[in-house]
Design a protein around this ligand. Sequence first.
Ligand code: SF4
Length: 213
Amino acid sequence: MRLNQIYQTLLEHFGKQHWWPAETRFEVIIGAILIQQTNWIAVERAIENLKSEGLLNPTSLATASLERVQRLIRNLNFYRQKARRIVNFSRHLVERHDGSLDKLFGKSIEEVRKELLSLDGIGKETADSILLYAADMLVFPVDAYTVKMCERLGCKDLRYEELRNLFERSLPEDLEVYKEFHALIDKLGKMYCKSKPRCSSCPLTDECGFKSS
Ligand code: SF4
């Protein structure tokens, strides 16, 4: 799988995606937790609700009541669980790092990743999205779109860490490439490489051995 070539092809086809769409690093993190098992339009609405009530900062969210946060994000799947998760993350940030993302991110990639993974509701994909898009660390998040594209391009049965290592070994050490490539793969997954793929119009059709009927 020629990842650099795939990146160039997707970039030429779709153009830059400018991810992550957020005004602050804290907003990136809250978005990364809320996006699980839902769509981005719903997350944007939930984030706007939190923002309009002045809760999109660590101190305010850490002290907000769960009922209030649940009400503001109730348009999301699993909103009760997600309200608890974003409040818990904020409390952790305030109690352990004085509410400072600089302090949270001021360690090695592995140390920050381990800390994020210890928190409720932050799995590998969410942790790695936070590391890349909020902490500006060179980590490639592997989501369901990435797994599907890789399987169809011939990399089957690789575990999360193996796929992540494959991208990190193959790509130049360039944050913009990491950020754009992850976003471009999601675009490909939403437009072409779906459960029922649209191979005849896909930009990767020359690269890809998998062909839908
Ligand atoms: S050619 Fe088909 S299977 Fe291959 S990446 Fe494109 S949509 Fe997916």
